[in-house]
Design a protein around this ligand. Structure first.
Ligand code: AQP
Length: 332
């Protein structure tokens, strides 16, 4: 059975993008894999977080993951800061990764914006911590959205350089699992930007906790164009907002964009948007309700996270201790 690792930042309420690009696939992969799913609170610190809000969001994110269908008994759900092995290995990787590699990371450029000097050093070395998250478990498969592809390539570069420099075959190659027709869900306000839980505009995203009315209003106001839906997927080219909404419908109905167009071709958004809103409400309401139920018992949720951290550490500690031995740290 292959081991899967994936993480999500508690930097906001999880969005439809997080769900379709990542969490839904986490659920589907449970049958055939040993899964380790992490709320990466240390990654969230790379941008400013109100301390109390970060703690609340960490619980909320864990509750959402479980509400989506991840089984914390059969698999592992925990929060990153509870397992120090991540940070120990990240420091070693900070010393393996080259500045030139980090300079090429497009997510840093996007998130740092025009004022790079003001970005945190943590944001810059974020991909090294992400590489450590995965390699601390010798995980070989990582289900992520398409936006994380470049970081996973870097994680492989780091592993190869580590293995080469220390003449070992210690860290395995990892394979990204980028699944489904909505592997990159775009903002509802701008089809060229990905949907993000930290986007300042709440109208740009569907949150997994949005009410039916909020979902309907956001879809009603979502940016589109005046053309009816085309007959083929090729007709969505240069229509990023239309392509995004069709992709979301396809993912939620377990079909393809071509299937959706077969149903809605020739119809305007006045018809398509209410159908999409209805489908979103049908799929997301049960998740929101279960999240609320889980958050109603914080003691039980914390117990799940503590148990997850204990089992995660039992896997990661010996692997990271061996990496420390390989690089020459004294173990007494
Ligand atoms: N829009 C998206 N479409 C598809 N997948 C997405 N993911 C994120 N946004 C989309 C996937 O969700 C997982 C968790 O992401 P993350 O929380 O670690 O960070 P992120 O990619 O930076 O996500 P956000 O929502 O944009 O967070 P903020 O706003 O804090 O930066 C990843 O697998 C990611 O691919």
């Amino acid at each position: 059975m292959q081991r899967i690792f994936s993480g999500i930042q508690p930097s906001g309420i999880p969005t439809l993008g997080n769900y379709l690009g990542a969490i839904r696939n986490w659920v589907a992969l449970q049958g055939q894999h040993e899964c380790i799913y992490c709320v990466v609170d240390l990654h969230a610190l790379t941008a400013w977080q109100e301390p109390g809000v970060l703690r609340a969001r960490t619980r909320e994110m864990a509750a959402s993951i479980i509400a989506c269908g991840v089984d914390p008994q059969k698999h592992i759900v925990f929060h990153q800061s509870a397992v120090p092995a991540h940070v120990r290995l990240a420091w070693i990787f900070n010393c393996v990764a080259r500045l030139g590699w980090l300079n090429r990371m497009t997510q840093f450029k996007d998130k740092a914006g025009s004022d790079r000097e003001a970005a945190s050093a943590g944001l810059y070395v974020y991909p090294n911590l992400m590489a450590a998250d995965i390699h601390a478990y010798h995980a070989t498969r990582v289900p992520v959205g398409d936006d994380q592809r470049q970081h996973l390539e870097l994680a492989n570069d780091i592993a190869q350089k580590f293995n080469h420099d220390y003449e070992v075959d210690f860290f395995p190659n990892i394979e990204p699992l980028i699944l489904g027709p909505a592997a990159r869900v775009m903002s509802l306000r701008d089809g060229s930007k990905k949907m993000s839980k930290s986007d300042p505009s709440d109208q740009s995203r569907i949150n997994l906790t949005d009410s039916a009315d909020e979902i309907s209003n956001k879809i009603k106001r979502a940016k589109t164009d005046p053309e009816p839906l085309p007959e083929s997927v090729a007709g969505l080219e240069n229509r990023p907002e239309a392509r995004n909404l069709v992709g979301i419908y396809a993912a939620l109905s377990d079909g393809s964009s071509a299937d959706v167009l077969a149903q809605f071709a020739g119809q305007g958004f006045g018809k398509f948007k209410p159908a999409l809103a209805e489908l979103l409400v049908e799929k997301l309401r049960p998740i929101a309700d279960e999240t609320t139920r889980l958050l109603g018992d914080p003691g039980a949720l914390d117990a799940i996270l503590r148990d997850g951290a204990r089992r995660a550490a039992a896997i990661a500690d010996p692997i990271v201790a061996e990496a420390e031995r390989i690089v020459g740290l004294l173990k007494v």
